[in-house]
Each structure stands twice: as C-alpha cells, then as structure tokens.
Write a protein that binds this ligand. Structure first.
Ligand code: MN
Length: 738
C-alpha cells in the first residue's frame, strides 16, 4: 500500500518540523549530518510504508516524533536522531541490524539493536519481563542514549495513548509509572518524568485527574497573585545587588497533588504547598556559581525566614543524576511555606535535560560519544553490580532496582575523608558493603563521628564512619531489613545463600538434639505446631532459621505444650527427708513429688533455686503444696518470720543428671553487633545447654539482658557464667537472686 497524497503532505510537514528543530538546536555540524538524517528518514518511511498507528496516522509519524523529543526535550544529537528514526524498523520490517550497519554505521546499528531488544521487554509475563528488563539495563551500560531514546519513545506513546483500547492503557500506564517515570527521574529528566506521571494518572484515573486539573485551573489566578506578591521583594533585592536572573513560579503537577492527597488523605483544598519558586541566574564570570547561589540564598532568607531543616545543598554534592541546585523553604507573608530553588543557567539546563545536558557541558567528545562523569559512573557501577549477580530472582531485582531509582541520596565520609554517596536511609551496613564486601560481611559496629554505634544505625549526610569488624561476624537474615542499597542486599543474600545449606544442616542437628532431650519424636503433628509458630512454611526453612540463629529454640516447649499435657515441672525431683547415698534417683524414706500425688513441690519464682542450692520449703496453707525457696531467700525469711509454722525443712534435691532446671543469668556489657549470636553460640554450642529465653535491651551503647536457661546443677551454671564472661563485650554476668 502506497502513501496517499494526504499522508505524504503530513509526513513531509512533520519531518520539516524535525529538521527545523535540529537546526534551531544546532546539532548538525556538517552537510553530512543533515544528509544522514534525511537518509534515515527515507529508509524508515519506506520500511513502515502501509502501516498505520491506531490513531490512523501513518506509522512513520511516530519515529519522527520520537526523534524530535530526543532533540528538543532531551538534548541529544545526530546519532540519536538517526537511531530514533530507525528504532522500530528492525522489529517491524524486513530490515536487519546488518542492513542498518551497512547503510549507516556499526554504532548506529548497535543502538538500533539495543532499541529493538528492549521493545520485547514489555510484552512478556512479569518474571520474564523483569528478566528482560535486566537485559535492557545492560544495554544502558553500553550506551545511555539507548535508554534516553526509549524514554522518548514511551513519552510519545503516552502522549498518544488515547487511541489505545482500555486494557492496553492500563498495562502501559502501569509500566510507565513503575519503571519509566522513575528511570526518567534517575536520568535527570524531570520535566519528562512529571509528564509521564501526569499522563499515567490521566489514563488510569481520568475522573480524579480531571477534577484536580480543573481545580488547579480554577485557582490559577489566585495563585499567580500569591506568587507575584511573594516574588516582588525578592526581585527588588536581587536587582539592587546586581544579580542577573529570572524568577518563575512553578505549580505542582497534577500527579504530585494527587499523590499528596492520597498519602495525606486530604482534599485538594488542604494541599498548601502548591507552588515553588525558581530563581535562575546568569553567572558572573568572576565569581563561582556556588558562591553566587549562596549569595542569592542569603538575600532571599534576609527577606523571608527559612526552615533550616529543609535546606538542600545539591551544589556541593550534586545528585547522582547530575542535578545541581540550592533549595530552601521559606515562610511567605501569607503564612505558607514556599520552596525556593536557586540555580545557574547551566544547572537549569542539567535539571531539564538530565544527563544529556550534563555531558554536553562537560564531557561530550567530538565524536558525540558520551563520557560519563564520576558520580554518574558510580550510579552505573551500582547497577552493574546488581546486574552482574545472576542469582537474584528477577522480580526481586526489579523491585530493588525500582526502589533505588526514586530514593534520595546522602553524602558520608570515610575515615580518610573521602566522600561516598549513598541512598537515603542507608545504614552502617550499606556503607560497609559500599566500601568493600569483605568489610560488609565482617562488620560488627561503627564509629560514627567517633561515637560507637550499631551496624543498623541509619546514616545522615555528613557522617564520618569507621566500620568496626570482627572475623567471627557474619551476615544474618535480619541484616536484610537494615540495608537499602542493592549492593548490600546482593552481598548479604549471596552470603546467606552460600550458608543456607550449612545452616539447614546445623539447624536440623540442633533441633533434633533438643527434641531428643525432651523425649519427643518430631513427627508431622509436631511440625504442624512448630512451622507456623516460627513463621516457616517448610521444614528446611525452619531448620535454616534455627541454624542461622535467627530463630532460637526458646519457647519450643511452650509451643509444643499447646497440645501436650506434659509440663516441665513434672521433672522436678525434690524430696523431703532422708535418702540413700545412691544417686540413681531412687528415694528412700522421703516424700517426692509425683504425678499421681499432684504437685507437692513448686519452685519459688522469687529466687528460682536449682539443684545444688540449699533449699527450704514453705507450705502454702490453702493448697498444701510446698514452695521451695533458696534457704538464703529474703522472701522466705519474710514468710518464716510471720508464718514459721509453715516452714518445711529437710528438702533436698535428688540427683537426676539428665534433668535440667531453669535458671536466670543477668548480663551487662558494651553493645556490639553479633553479641547475641555469640551468647547463643557459647551457651548452646559449646555447652549444649538450652536457652528458654534471651532478652537483651540496649541503650547508648550499653546492653542489659537476661538469659533464662536450663542447667543441670550449680556447677553447670557456674561453667556457663564463666564462659559468658569471656565473651567480648560482656562486663557482668551473674545469676539473678543468688
Ligand atoms: Mn516506538
């Protein structure tokens, strides 16, 4: 099918517009540049012949529009225009990448190839799509222009989404809001990001979109007045001081108003910070841009009081996407907080065109090759780290990556004073892994600004961090809840994966030993109780958790007791009277508690005696049972002084070595990461004693806690205490109420 006359006219007109834009942006440096654009246009026009978009327009209008966005809104050059014009050719027509390579250049062919590969990404199922997205990002590492063109492609498709059927709209807007808008943001394309968001909202929730848009329109005049009134004294003051500048009021986008209404659950009328003011200055040749920014800041905050906690200095530390500006929030005469953004013309261009402008100003080579700068390279490096780990499940990866696109950044320092950029919310662990994976896996704490802090401490911009390590430290699952960077997550997951098998085996051993001790055969019924109680869905998961130390077998009995009549106290073997010297548990001539008789003896909760302790009983008049206290117990002394007739003497322990008794040790020391694991390791590992409960609280670098454990005798208990005292960081370990 040939183009109609009408088509020809429309196509020629659109292409002429593109050429005009290229001229006005002066991207063509020679006649060759102009010729190659025309050639690409002709190839694409011929290739897409007979195909129409849903809107009815000839398909070629789409590549032309994408090329125009690349030049006009992103600031890309000739190669990108050519690649844009050809971006759907390989996928939709008979032309191959080799054909393109021969007709144009290998570089352009590889860009088109990248764009072709990407387009398969969004047609697949979720996990497959995530996997393809990972591949797509790999092409980003080769040439960021490929991604920029893809964003332009998406922007044009969003602008023309009205022609699509409803279910396609939902799918496309979802992808846009989930990936493309964040990606545009991360690449510094703020205007495009904002438009993508607005368009997504418009097609996803048309009524809400229209309502907000109408309200913004209705309040426009009032807002303009407010902005004028706000700007007036600033304009006067800046002029007085010889600043060459422009000032403009920027209204919040429909999408950001909507987001705020959603997150705060308030109506439109209660969104107050509807606008921000932007001051763009032409730099003076003699003073640095940075100095001028701060000078303007001073002039503005002389007029309006500022909120110190809202000052953002993106000049000293530009965002990873290259954004530079000084933001301050000041109180307007009407009592509203207004954000004022201060930028030079150059900074403004970076803010509007993102990485492309950044490179253009600083790093573009003659061949239009993009040389990444250090900060952006760091970001790419982080993505590369994430991508090069093939083990992570693609959907997880995508979520992590997606999250990392939107998060803000902080700047922190190594002990040597080198700055590092981290995602907002990053902890000591993130920092440690950022420096080196080895530092990460052995981290036990840190000196933040010379003060000792835990590895979970969230870092603030300006912190100086010295990571403290220990050879015995190792990542645990819990760490994953305390890191935000992809890099740290990856390393921890990899480590855990390697250790999982080991943990599962160890956990199984620990569990089985414990069950054997309790005389329970761990059958299906037992696991039905245990797995939900320990938030595990499989036996292996449960074993893994036990082995990794993230689940302690404390309370195991409580869990099992729910469907078992056996109670721990059954095993107490106290007796009263004389007995033989034999220690096989036989009792001669005394009273020993047994099940038939009911509970005769009960261990006093105030002092919790254990075998080996000298004990005295107190008979409760009502129940007749004998509560056994340590003879030295002050509570017993009190009781004896008032009800001496109820005191029972001659109570002794029988020596059942297999039985264990509950005892509590109080602990105190200097908090450090891993101390809990060390404690558990010493008690359960080296001494093979069961912990019933372990509680640790820490504050200001000090921890205090209690371990309730089962020991067989005072000798046993003293041995545990001795071991615990040797653990690094433990200051005090003593038996409670002894
Ligand atoms: Mn396209």
């Amino acid at each position: 099918m040939e183009y109609t006359e009408e088509d020809e006219r429309l196509i020629a007109e659109r292409f002429a517009e593109l050429v005009a834009v290229c001229e006005s942006k002066a991207i063509c440096h020679s006649d060759d540049d102009r010729a190659i654009i025309v050639r690409a246009f002709n190839v694409a026009k011929e290739a897409h012949k007979g195909v129409r978009r849903r809107s009815g327009e000839p398909y070629i209008t789409h590549p032309i529009a994408v090329a125009r966005i690349c030049v006009e809104e992103i600031g890309l050059g000739v190669k990108s225009v050519v690649a844009s014009l050809l971006h759907d050719v390989v996928e939709d027509t008979d032309l191959t990448v080799e054909d393109i390579s021969q007709m144009f250049t290998p570089k352009i062919a590889s860009m088109v190839d990248g764009l072709t590969k990407i387009s398969g990404v969004f047609n697949a199922e979720t996990s497959e799509q995530a996997e393809s997205f990972r591949k797509m990002l790999l092409t980003l590492l080769d040439d960021v222009r490929v991604i920029l063109i893809k964003i332009a492609d998406r922007l044009h498709n969003m602008r023309t989404l009205g022609a699509m059927p409803r279910e396609k709209q939902v799918k496309i807007t979802s992808e846009t809001i989930y990936l493309f808008a964040p990606l545009a943001y991360r690449l510094g394309l703020y205007a495009i990001k904002s438009e993508l968001e607005d368009l997504s909202l418009k097609y996803r929730f048309p009524e809400q979109y229209n309502e907000i848009e109408a309200k913004l329109e209705a309040t426009k005049r009032r807002r303009a007045e407010l902005i004028d009134k706000f700007d007036e004294p600033i304009i006067a003051r800046l002029r007085e001081n010889g600043v060459d500048f422009e000032i403009s009021g920027r209204v919040k986008s429909v999408y950001s108003v909507w987001r705020k209404m959603q997150s705060k659950q308030v109506p439109f009328e209660e969104i107050y910070d509807l606008f921000a003011v932007r001051i763009i200055f032409r730099p003076s040749p003699v003073i640095s841009e940075k100095t001028q920014c701060w000078y303007i800041y001073e002039l503005v905050t002389d007029i309006y009081p500022s909120r110190p906690d809202r000052l953002r200095d993106w000049i000293t530390y530009p965002k990873a996407n290259g954004y530079e500006a000084l933001h301050t929030t000041v109180m307007s005469p009407d009592g509203l907080w207004v954000e004022v953004q201060i930028r030079s013309e150059r900074m403004n261009q970076v803010a509007e065109q993102g990485v492309a402008a950044h490179w253009k100003h600083n790093y573009l080579t003659e061949d239009e090759e993009l040389l990444p700068d250090e900060k952006f390279d760091n970001w790419l490096g982080r993505i590369r780290d994430a991508l090069s780990s093939p083990t992570e499940n693609a959907v997880d990866f995508l979520d992590n990556f997606q999250r990392s696109l939107y998060t803000g950044e902080i700047v922190v320092f190594t002990p040597k004073g080198e700055s590092r950029q981290l995602l907002k919310g990053a902890t000591v662990l993130d920092f440690a892994f950022e420096i080196h994976s080895k530092l990460g896996v052995t981290a036990i704490g840190a000196k933040i600004n010379h003060k000792i802090e835990s590895i979970y401490t969230e870092l603030k911009s300006g912190d100086q961090i010295e990571v403290l390590t220990s050879k015995s430290a190792a990542p645990v699952v819990e760490w994953l809840d305390h890191v935000v960077t992809t890099k740290a997550k990856q390393h921890i997951k990899n480590y855990l994966r390697r250790n999982r098998q080991q943990s599962t085996e160890r956990g199984k051993e620990l569990f089985e030993a414990r069950m054997a001790e309790l005389g329970i055969v761990p059958g299906a019924r037992v696991f039905r109780k245990l797995l939900p109680a320990y938030h595990s869905s499989t036996k292996d998961e449960f074993y893994g958790k036990v082995g990794a130390g993230t689940v302690l077998l404390d309370g195991l009995q409580d869990v099992l007791r729910q469907n078992s009549a056996s109670k721990y106290l059954k095993f107490w073997t106290l007796f009263q009277g004389n007995r033989s010297d034999r220690d096989d548990g036989m009792v001669v001539g005394g009273r020993e508690w047994n099940e038939e008789e009911g509970r005769r003896f009960e261990i006093a909760e105030c002092c919790i005696p254990i075998p080996g302790d000298d004990v005295t009983g107190y008979r409760e008049p009502a129940s007749g049972k004998i509560v056994v206290h340590k003879t030295s117990c002050s509570e017993l002394t009190r009781l004896a002084s008032q009800h001496g007739e109820n005191i029972e003497t001659g109570i002794r322990w029988s020596s059942h070595k297999a039985m264990s008794y509950l005892s509590i040790i109080s602990l105190q020391g200097i908090d450090r990461v891993g101390i809990l694991l060390d404690l558990v390791g010493v008690i359960t590992g080296e001494l093979n004693i069961n912990i019933r409960e372990l509680r640790i609280q820490s504050h200001d670098g000090i921890f205090e806690g209690e371990v309730s454990l089962y020991v067989t005798s005072t000798d046993d208990l003293n041995a545990v205490i001795g071991k615990i005292k040797k653990i690094k960081g433990v200051d005090k370990a003593q038996r409670i109420n002894s």
